[in-house]
Structures are given as structure tokens and as C-alpha cells.
Design a protein around this ligand. Structure first.
Ligand code: BYC
Length: 314
């Protein structure tokens, strides 16, 4: 078959809703985009552990601490599924981590903001995981088998993450005036970064049209962002929180909550490495990655020894 015939067959399979598997023929641009997105997604899960871990030792109760620890471990697990799925393209995990640490690979902008009070843990679970679910439920329908299957599993855990975050916020909103103020303050600081997670407007999104043609993404950045806003505004109002947007208004015709323009200068500054915590996040990752080198060496040595033993027994 010529390359054109292979491409036509590949696109017909995608159109028919079939999953593309690692050994199938695929255009180079398809694997390149997926590898970029999946490795960035894996890095986001792992870097996303940092803002939350800041509060493990200061959780207000044993129950809260157990939930937070379980959630952070889940995020590490999501990173591992995604690194494994990305490795189906033949890249080594060490190379992906090097790309992260040298700034060649991105991770989600939202994890470059600080967690200043306990309500931030509620806001991350409710808003950040809430935004992630909207995005990842869509990615679970993507055309690449390993990514889609990883997403199905991840979404199940994100549902619990979102609810535990909302529970923290709801509880604080029935507490003292100071607790209510903390919850509103966290809402004010995390609302806009959560909306930015969905990426630039469709018209400015360089990858969307090709990604949608090949069902790497099945819905656009703006469509998903609007779905998240519609869902979350109602939840905020239900517990007495104010959405920090003076222009927020419900449009009965479109059945959408309309909102102000996002501060794109802030978004691009954070994406380019100049957010409040970019340097701190990367320095932390590099420090603990280097300190963990002996664990990786020991695991490899053990694996090699095991293989040698198996060879001599055969
Ligand atoms: N932050 O053409 P576009 C979690 C970049 S973790 C940084 O629209 P695309 C959690 C984009 O990469 C889960 N960069 O791109 C963990 C591209 O740059 P490059 C987080 C961003 O890929 C712990 C350029 O802008 N979720 O839930 O079609 C605790 C143009 O954008 C961002 C994911 O990682 C951003 N927000 O669409 C709690 C989702 N947005 O690569 C919670 C996986 C855009 O050309 N990723 N850029 O240099 C995706 O779904 C898609 O990549 C995006 C962007 C929707 C984010």
C-alpha cells in the first residue's frame, strides 16, 4: 500500500470509531501529537502532587489527612498509567522526564499557583479535578487505545477527588465567618486558573483542528470550558460561594453562563515559565528525582539479577 492508501485506511478506521493500537500504522504527526499531549498530561499529574502535598502535615483532622494522602497517591498513579501509555511510542520514561526538567515538555499551567490555606485543597479538588474530569471524559473517547483506556480508569478516581474537594468547600461554607472567608478567598484565586486549564480559545489553538480530525480530541477547548462553567456555577451558588466574575450572567436562550474574557497574558506568562511557582515546582522535582536515583538503580539491578537467574534456570 502507498502512504496515501495507508492514510485513507487509517482515517476510515477513525471515522468508524475504531481504536488505533500501538502496532497499527499511523501518520507520524498523529504519534507526535499524542506523545506531546500524553507526556504533558503525565507530567501534570506528577507535578500536580506538589501543591497538595504542602498541606498533608497540616490537614485539620485524621480523616482529612487520610483522604488527602489517598488523593495524592492516586495522582502519582495517574502519572504512571500515562507514562506507560506514552511509552507505547517507543520513548523511554527517563527521556520524558528529562524533557520536563529541561523545559522542553510542558505541564498544566494550573499547578504553578500556590496553596495558601486549607480551603485551597478543597478548591483544587472541586475546581481543578472538576475541570480535569470534563476534559478527561472527552479524552476517554479518543482514538488511541492506550490513552483512552488510561482515561477511563483515571476518570473513576477523579470523580472521588472532585467530590472530596466540594465536601471541604461545603463544610467550610457552613462554618465560622473566618472559614467562609477562607473558602471564598480560595475560590477567587483558583477560578480563573481552572478555566485556563482548557487551553487557548479554539481560534488560537494550534493543535485543535488536526487533533479533532483524528479524534485525539473529540471536543474543543472552548466547548469543554463552557461545560465546566455551566456545571460549576450552579455548584458554587448552592453552597453560597460567589463566582469572582462581575460579568457572569445566565443566557436563557443558549442555556449557558456567560463569563468575562480570560487574562491570556497571565496564562501565557505561566505557560512560558513565569508563573508564581514555576521555579519552585521544577526545583522540587529535580531535587527529589535526584535523591531517588538509588531507588531506580536498585530496581534495575534487581530486575537484571532476576533475568539472569531466569536464563540460568532455563
Ligand atoms: N497549561 O493547541 P492547544 C490533574 C499549550 S492533572 C500549559 O490548544 P492542545 C490533577 C499546549 O500544550 C491533568 N500549556 O493544545 C493532578 C500547546 O503548546 P505546545 C491535567 C497549555 O494540546 C494533580 C499550546 O498551549 N490535564 O487533573 O490541543 C492534582 C497551544 O494549545 C495549556 C491535562 O494535562 C495549559 N493549561 O490542547 C489535581 C489534559 N493549555 O505543546 C489534579 C491533557 C494549552 O504546542 N491535555 N497549553 O508547545 C489536553 O487535554 C490538551 O493538551 C489541552 C491543550 C486541552 C490542555
Amino acid at each position: 500500500m502507498t502512504d496515501e492508501q495507508k492514510l485513507a485506511k487509517f482515517e476510515a478506521r477513525i471515522l468508524a470509531g475504531e481504536k488505533i493500537e500501538p502496532k497499527d500504522w499511523m501518520p507520524e504527526a498523529y504519534s507526535k501529537t499524542l506523545l506531546r499531549q500524553m507526556s504533558q498530561h503525565a507530567h501534570s499529574e506528577v507535578i500536580g502532587m506538589q501543591p497538595e502535598s504542602n498541606w498533608v502535615l497540616r490537614a485539620p483532622s485524621l480523616r482529612a489527612k487520610k483522604i488527602l494522602l489517598a488523593k495524592i497517591q492516586d495522582e502519582g498513579g495517574h502519572g504512571l498509567y500515562l507514562y506507560s501509555a506514552a511509552e507505547t511510542f517507543g520513548i523511554d520514561r527517563a527521556e520524558m522526564i528529562e524533557q520536563l526538567q529541561t523545559g522542553k515538555a510542558k505541564y498544566s499551567s494550573v499547578f504553578n499557583y500556590p496553596t495558601l490555606n486549607w480551603a485551597d485543597i478543597g478548591a483544587i479538588g472541586w475546581l481543578v479535578d472538576g475541570a480535569a474530569i470534563v476534559n478527561q471524559t472527552m479524552l476517554a473517547k479518543c482514538s488511541y487505545g492506550p490513552y483512552s483506556r488510561a482515561m477511563i480508569r483515571i476518570c473513576k478516581e477523579e470523580g472521588f477527588h472532585q467530590r472530596q474537594g466540594y465536601e471541604i468547600m461545603a463544610k467550610m461554607m457552613t462554618g465560622t465567618a473566618a472559614q467562609k472567608e477562607m473558602a471564598q478567598d480560595a475560590m477567587n484565586r483558583w477560578w480563573w486558573p481552572a478555566l485556563m486549564m482548557f487551553g487557548p480559545h479554539d481560534a488560537e489553538s494550534v493543535h485543535t483542528s488536526e487533533s479533532m480530525r483524528w479524534k485525539i480530541k473529540v471536543e474543543s477547548n472552548d466547548k469543554l470550558r463552557q461545560r465546566f462553567v455551566n456545571r460549576t456555577v450552579e455548584q458554587a451558588h448552592h453552597i453560597g460561594l460567589t463566582v469572582p466574575d462581575a460579568n457572569l450572567k445566565y443566557n436563557k436562550e443558549t442555556m449557558n453562563w456567560e463569563f468575562s474574557e480570560i487574562n491570556w497574558d497571565e496564562f501565557w506568562a505561566v505557560v512560558k515559565g513565569n508563573g508564581p511557582c514555576n521555579h519552585q515546582r521544577m526545583a522540587h522535582h529535580i531535587k527529589y528525582h535526584n535523591e531517588g536515583a538509588w531507588v531506580r538503580e536498585a530496581a534495575i539491578a534487581y530486575e537484571n539479577k532476576l533475568q539472569q537467574k531466569q536464563k540460568t534456570t532455563v
